[in-house]
Design a protein around this ligand. Structure first.
Ligand code: ZN
Length: 387
């Protein structure tokens, strides 16, 4: 796996959708699609370069995974890793931050188990810090697993539209673009079929110092970024035995300590850490992950699981096909941070065998572009949950 960090040299606008509006908002992270597109373009821009075997190995092979690049902070001080907060995370309205790490008893609280116990209803609870009693609000955004919440800096840039006939500034047509501010660092990973391919890729193309053009309005000086850190690390999927032990421990915690209602032998939880695109047998997009979805994409036996609870949100995904110079059809994705809890009548080693490659391979469609990344039985739900 190649771990990369990238710094914005200029503000960046990543259109959240094709919708034309006076104010266009930006995504908070850089999708894998954008990273892959920018690197592929860089490769083809080299003199005499064509879509050769290297190009196929690095950008098109089935095993290729370009993860989204997530915000890490500014270049003066940035986190080593970042994850989206699960949608089950809530925080004190007055004092954000983490309870376990920051002073006081305010802060982020994971409500997954409370939600399952309440049969899909959230308790109308307040911050439990003495004398605070503030409302709890969804803790949207990103956090560093070894630190606190990550702040994203954005601002609005007002521009004049360009007249498509004359290619000069159009009269009385101002619009605003929301942009991610420069000097922010984003990090993620790229996986190729083998460590040899990854070494070749970092020698020939993905070097520190490489400048890339990302996002929209590139001709207007936006979207210039620089790779500031590249490292190749060996990554092995967890062994079936380790996964089985993790599944047992988490399930016992959920059923015994958290007292969730589960009439099956095991309970397991899937937490999306990137957006996920699911289609059914009629190619319709799905807005949630059901046992049937797991049965179709992961292992047929998982279709017998039962859904204990789902915390989910969807968004439209628009894109641009650079080769055809055309917009891509709109798709629907289940948002990163969505959480799904299941019960299943299976022994832990059996379940571990079904789920063994899920974290590595991802779930659903477009996994090469970083969609469908998830964590099985995420520790966050235990660490930040209410006991
Ligand atoms: Zn509070």
């Amino acid at each position: 796996m190649i771990s990369i960090k990238l710094k914005l040299l200029k503000p960046l606008h990543l259109a959240a959708s094709h919708t034309v509006a006076p104010m266009a908002s930006t995504l908070d992270y850089i999708p894998g699609t954008a990273v892959r597109g920018a690197l592929a373009q860089k490769y083809l821009d080299q003199p005499g370069q064509a879509e050769d075997q290297d190009f196929k190995n690095w950008f098109l092979a089935d095993e290729v995974r370009f993860s989204p690049l997530l915000p890490l902070g500014t270049s003066q001080k940035y986190a080593s890793a970042c994850e989206p907060l699960p949608l089950t995370a809530f925080k004190c309205k007055l004092y954000p931050g983490f309870k376990t790490r920051d002073a006081g008893n305010h802060g982020v609280r994971d409500m997954l188990f409370e939600f399952i116990r309440g049969h899909g209803r959230l308790p109308d609870d307040r911050c439990e810090s003495q004398g605070c009693e503030s409302h709890l609000i969804p803790a949207d955004g990103f956090y560093a697993p070894d630190g606190g919440l990550i702040e994203i800096r954005k601002h609005l840039e007002t521009r004049t539209a360009i007249d498509s006939q004359t290619e000069t500034a159009a009269q009385q047509q101002l619009f605003s673009l929301e942009v991610l501010e420069e000097e922010q660092v984003f990090g993620g990973s790229i996986e190729l079929a083998s460590i040899e391919q990854e070494q070749l890729f970092t020698q020939k193309l993905m070097r520190e110092g490489l400048e890339l053009r990302l996002g929209a309005a590139r001709t207007r000086g936006l979207g210039l970024a620089q790779i500031i850190q590249v490292s190749t690390i060996a990554s092995l999927p967890a062994s079936q035995k380790t996964l089985a032990a993790r599944l047992t421990a988490f399930s016992e915690y959920a059923i015994n300590d958290q007292q969730i209602e589960c009439d099956k032998r095991l309970c397991f939880v899937l937490t999306l850490v990137s957006d996920c695109v699911i289609r059914d047998e009629f190619l319709r997009f799905g807005g949630t992950i059901t046992p049937q979805v797991l049965g179709r994409y992961v292992h047929p036996a998982l279709a017998n699981a039962s859904l204990l609870g789902a915390f989910t949100r969807t968004r439209m995904v628009d894109g641009w096909n650079a080769a055809q110079k055309n917009p891509r059809p709109t798709e629907i994705a289940i948002c990163a941070g969505s959480v799904f809890a299941f019960g299943i009548d299976a022994a832990a080693p059996e379940l571990a065998a079904y789920l063994q490659y899920l974290e590595r391979d991802g779930l659903g469609e477009r996994t090469q572009e970083g969609y469908g990344r998830l964590v099985i039985d995420h520790e966050f739900h235990k660490q930040e949950g209410q006991r």
